[in-house]
Design a protein around this ligand. Structure first.
Ligand code: COA
Length: 210
């Protein structure tokens, strides 16, 4: 494992700080969730009962209809234990849903393909800042996929605007909020609670031309 983590969260990016080697996204390997193998019942996430219970609860129903895929970051000392996980599903937004400036990161007037991170969380025993690394790993996995393409990750921040988590997505991870016109106030916009981040911003080191 490298002493000097590189990549979007590495030492080269003053906006994001330095990820400890244990959470260096270059070194993390996620794997498909296997309910008979991974001990989802032992996954503890005190900050979010929704995220804690998803794999043993609603996931079973979602998986049957292929609504999402769940990826696991195993505990390196116990591959059946779950350090973190996230789910992926295809998604699209129309360019008009973004501000002019946000739209500039994409091309043309076509709908913008994105990958929805429907659920994401880390176990309470996992190292700090694992979430940062998980999002970079997710972006890399999407970018490197032979089977699909997307221009950005998108998610709905639990608890919505005004929470510490929402701030974290914006300040630390550089996700951008999607806003819509306020029906009660002319020329005013309100937050939708949905945030997106172009893959190029999460994994600049992988991007052609960089
Ligand atoms: C999101 C997550 C993976 C980020 O992990 P991380 O990189 O190690 O970062 P932290 O756990 O320090 O979280 C960043 C900040 O968001 C806050 N936060 C995280 N999840 C939160 C939640 N569900 N509700 C409110 N605040 C939350 C943390 O308290 C922390 O705030 P602080 O800097 O003031 O201490 C992890 O916090 C987590 O598993 N949260 C619970 C599940 C969750 O909310 N998932 C996202 C659903 S959209």
């Amino acid at each position: 494992m490298s002493e000097q983590p590189s990549g979007a969260l590495g030492s080269g990016d003053p906006g994001r700080g330095i990820v400890a080697p244990a959470t260096d996204p270059q070194a993390l390997k996620t794997t498909r969730y296997r309910p008979a193998f991974h001990r989802a019942a032992d996954f503890r996430c005190a900050k979010s009962p929704r995220v804690q219970g998803f794999l043993t609860g609603d996931y079973q129903r979602f998986a049957k209809t292929n609504y999402c895929k769940a990826l696991i970051l195993p505990n390196p000392d116990d591959e059946t234990g779950i350090w973190g996980y996230y789910t992926l599903s295809p998604y699209k937004i129309e360019p008009q849903e973004l501000s002019r400036k946000q739209r500039g990161a994409f091309r043309g007037s076509l709908p913008i393909p994105m990958i929805l991170v429907g659920f994401m969380g880390k176990d309470d025993s996992a190292p700090p800042r694992l979430g940062e690394a998980l999002l970079v790993v997710t972006a890399r996995r999407v970018y490197r996929s032979d089977d699909t393409a997307a221009a950005a990750l998108i998610l709905e921040s639990e608890g919505g605007p005004g929470t510490r988590l929402y701030e974290w997505y914006g300040d630390t991870m550089k996700f951008e909020p999607i806003r819509r016109p306020d029906p009660n106030k002319k020329k005013s916009m309100i937050e939708t609670g949905v945030l997106f981040c172009p893959l190029a911003s999460l994994i600049p080191e992988e991007w052609p031309g960089n």
